[in-house]
Each structure stands twice: as C-alpha cells, then as structure tokens.
Design a protein around this ligand. Structure first.
Ligand code: SDX
Length: 431
C-alpha cells in the first residue's frame, strides 16, 4: 500500500492525503507540492530543518550514525584507498572510473589548469590584504566572461566542459590569490604533477629556486580534500542549486557557492577554529571559553562544533583527527600546542552536559586547520582550500539539478507580517 499522510485544516474541515516519498535510505519525505493548490496553505521552515529541496543520488549522510557515503562508497574507504581525481570522477559520473577512463579524465583536467593571461590582471585590482575568499568570489565569477563556447547549460557537452574547466582552474585561481596576498609572482601549473601536488607547487614554488613537493604533504592534502568534496544539500550547495535553477551561468553559480561557503557558520569555520584556538591559548582557559559558548547572552560559539545533520561524531572529523597525528609527526610539530589544545577542548566539551544534551560533536572544520597549518597553509587560506575541494561537489550537484525533470526555478513563499494599504503622507506633514 502506498504510504501517505492526511492533513486536515480544523478551520475549514478540508483534508488532503499527501504521498510519502521513500528514498533508497534516510528519512522519508512528505510530498507537499499539491498542498497550496488543494488547501491554500503553505509550510513554514526557516533554515529548512525539516525540508528536502530535491532528490539526489550523489551523497548520503546518516547524521545519527555518523555515516557519509559518496555514490554509496563510505568516505573512510575512499580517504584511505582513493585520490582526488578518482573521487571527482566518481562524484561527477556516478561510478569509479576504469584505468582508461581515469587517464582520459586526468588528461582533460590537466589540459585546462591554466587561466587566461588577462585574468591575472584582475588580481591587481585587489589590495594585497584582501581576504583570499573575496578574491575567489570575484575571480571565479569573472570566468563567465571568458568562455562563450560552452554557455548552453542544456547541452550536456557544454555542462561537462564548464565542470571540467572549474575543477581544473580552481587550484590555479586559489594559488594565485595566495601569491597575490604575499606579493610573490604567480606560478604556472605543472601538468606532470598530481592535482594536489600541483596546488602545493603553485602556492609555494618561487622562480628563483627549485621546489620539490613533499609526497607526505600531497597525500595529506589529497585525503583532506576527499573528505571535503561533497556533503549533500549544505548551505553552499543549496546556493549553487538555487542559483543554477534560474539558468545562471555555471561559473556564476560556483561563485555564489564560494560566497555562501565563506560564512563562519559554514566553511569559514575552519579559519575561525584556528583563530579560536589561538585566542583560547592555553588549556587553563578552556572552561572559561566553554562557559562563554553556553552563555546565550554571549555570541561566542565553539567553532568547529555542532552540525545540522550530524548528531554524532562527524566521520570526517574522526579521519582528520587521526591524520593530525600522522601529519604532525612527519611535517609539523608532534607536540603542536594547538593540536594538544584542540584535543583537550574536545575532551572537556564532550563531557559537558550542554554539549552532550545538544549532541554537539566536532565537525569537519575542527581539525582540518591543524593539518593545513602543518602544510604551511596560512589561516586565511583555509576556507579557500575547502572551496577547492567542494567545487567538485558543487558542479556535480549542479549537473544533477539541471537534468532533474522535477526541478523548477527555486522561489519560496513567505509568511507576511508587515503593514498593508498604508496612506502616503507628504514629508512636510510627517512628525
Ligand atoms: C560545515 O551543512 C553541512 O553539511 C555543512 C558542512 C559541509 O560539509 O558542507 O558540514 C560544513 O559548515 C560544518 C559546520 C561548521 N560551522 C561551525 O563549526 C560553527 C559552529 N557551529 C554552529 O554555528 C552550529 O552548530 C551550526 C551552524 C553548525 C549548526 O547550527 P544549527 O543546526 O542551526 O543548530 P542550532 O544553532 O539550532 O543549535 C542547536 C543548539 C542551540 O542551543 P539551544 O538554543 O537549543 O539552547 O545547540 C547550540 C545552539 O545555541 N549550539 C552551539 C553550537 N552549535 C550549536 N552552542 C555552542 N557552540 C556551538 N558550536
């Protein structure tokens, strides 16, 4: 028997049966699309706590169990066994590539890593102390002005070209935003290097001496990036989908995603965590800051803690925490005081009723900055790193949205609580 729920308006006595959509996994959803037409009633759900915006086959999260799977593959397995471009292919196309498919995909990405030389002049317009995320929003958005050969988003080939260009160029654009911020010359990509090694090369190489990418650093960045590539309908992905639902240019959609990611409640949290740890400074201050996090009158929140979906340990944070030990042993300070502080902070918080009752656990942003710091990446570039990895998820979700027969332009309603029919009073009569 088909599952449905019945809604009855106690004022009109009208009822409606709404079908329940059962996915492959996760919470079933009430299909409310006929509600407004049949009952003249809307739903109200600020922040979308109980709302599904789409059907998707890309990423599955079980927040209670702390499960994350890309196209059905557990993230822990991919982080251990795979690498960035293989997971990018998986997210884009739905299956792991054969050796031949991976080689072809890698060749295409490598063929698009350079940016138009005139794009470099855009950076000169930014002051040297511009936040790199501000630069990313501007420069990625400007890509729309360069590619007129693939603007038909209804053409699958054009969509694929735009997706590949974005994945290929985002590290080059990101590295250039870093070089601009430190006054060093941009470094061209090297197509003999892997995706993450190339990024490290473009960030840290200088023209006056050879730069050898540390394989430990490249492997660590691969793992961190794989953990960040997609996360179903988070704020920035939803922004990309909503922007794309109007038929906007794909580069503009990704620029919108970067803008949304920047917020400290979202991807900006990784930078905020490092700043928070440096502000806390010492284990002796932990209780003072936990008290602030619990004080409703204090805007301070424990950055890197809590999640809308995970009411258990974020599986990505688990992998990142264990990676910290390995990376710090090989590249950083095995006794990194900030890592020690983070571990103590987690310990205190997870034994505090406030965090236990609200199921607030470390999320992906709590430990990622410790690793970025050990790789020599400055704090203001942490969210840029997140944006590089998430570009794969954004373009994958954008492609899925465009081809979804049920998708329409996103245009929510509202509950209006303002004035009505007011009379205009000339200014001289206003008091
Ligand atoms: C990311 O959506 C995604 O998937 C995002 C992401 C991805 O991969 O795309 O996973 C990446 O954005 C991770 C989250 C990074 N942000 C932070 O670490 C910032 C700190 N966290 C919080 O701002 C908060 O936890 C959110 C924004 C992450 C989630 O907010 P919700 O789901 O709206 O939860 P809420 O604000 O309603 O909190 C519920 C309760 C509240 O207390 P009460 O009103 O019930 O008394 O928990 C409290 C909140 O005050 N709370 C916190 C807290 N997080 C929630 N209190 C102190 N410190 C915190 N960090």
């Amino acid at each position: 028997m088909k599952r449905f729920v019945t809604l009855t308006d106690n004022q009109t006595g009208q009822s409606i049966e709404l079908p329940v959509l059962e996915g492959q996994a996760g919470s079933p959803a009430i299909d409310i699309r006929t509600l407004y037409r049949e009952l003249g009633l809307l739903t109200y759900d600020p922040g979308f706590l109980s709302t599904s915006s789409c059907r998707s086959k890309i990423t599955y999260i079980d927040g209670e169990q702390g499960i994350l799977q890309y196209r059905g593959y557990p993230i822990e397995t991919l982080a251990q066994k795979s690498h960035f471009l293989e997971v990018a292919y998986l997210l884009l196309h739905g299956d792991l590539p054969t050796q031949e498919e991976l080689e072809a995909f890698t060749a295409v990405i490598r063929g698009h890593t350079m940016i138009n030389e005139s794009l470099k002049r855009f950076y000169d317009g930014f002051y040297h102390n511009a936040h790199p995320m501000a630069v990313m929003v501007g420069v990625v958005g400007s890509l729309s002005s360069f590619y007129h050969d693939s603007t038909d988003i209804l053409n699958p080939r054009h969509r694929e070209i735009a997706a590949y260009r974005l994945i290929a160029k985002i590290p080059t654009i990101a590295a250039a935003s870093y070089k601009h911020s430190i006054g060093e010359p941009f470094v061209y990509p090297r197509n003999d290097l892997g995706y993450c090694a190339n990024l490290l090369h473009m960030m840290f190489a200088v023209p006056c001496e050879e730069y050898i990418v540390d394989p430990v650093a490249s492997r660590a960045l691969n793992m961190v990036f794989m953990l960040h590539m997609d996360h179903e309908q988070n704020a920035s992905t939803s922004t990309v989908r909503l922007t794309g639902s109007s038929g906007a240019d794909p580069f503009a959609c990704i620029a919108a995603g970067i803008a949304a990611l920047w917020g400290p409640a979202h991807g900006g949290a990784n930078e905020a965590v490092l700043n928070m740890l440096e502000e806390i400074g010492d284990v002796g201050n932990i209780d003072k800051y936990l008290a602030r996090a619990k004080d409703k009158a204090d805007p301070f929140r424990l950055m890197g803690f809590g999640h809308r979906i995970y009411k258990n340990y974020d599986p990505r944070a688990k992998v990142l925490r264990s990676m910290c030990h390995e990376v710090l042993d090989k590249l950083g300070d095995p006794n990194d005081p900030l890592f020690e502080l983070a571990l103590r902070l987690e310990e205190h918080a997870l034994s505090d009723d406030y965090f236990i009752e609200r199921k607030l656990y470390p999320n992906v942003d709590f430990y990622s900055g410790i690793i970025y710091k050990a790789l020599g990446i400055p704090t203001n570039m942490f969210t840029v790193m997140f944006a590089i990895a998430r570009t794969v998820g954004w373009v994958s979700q954008w492609m899925e949205m465009i081809t979804d027969p049920e998708q329409k332009i996103g245009r929510p309603h509202q509950v209006y609580e303002g004035h009505l029919n007011r009379e205009y009073v000339e200014i001289e009569k206003r008091v």
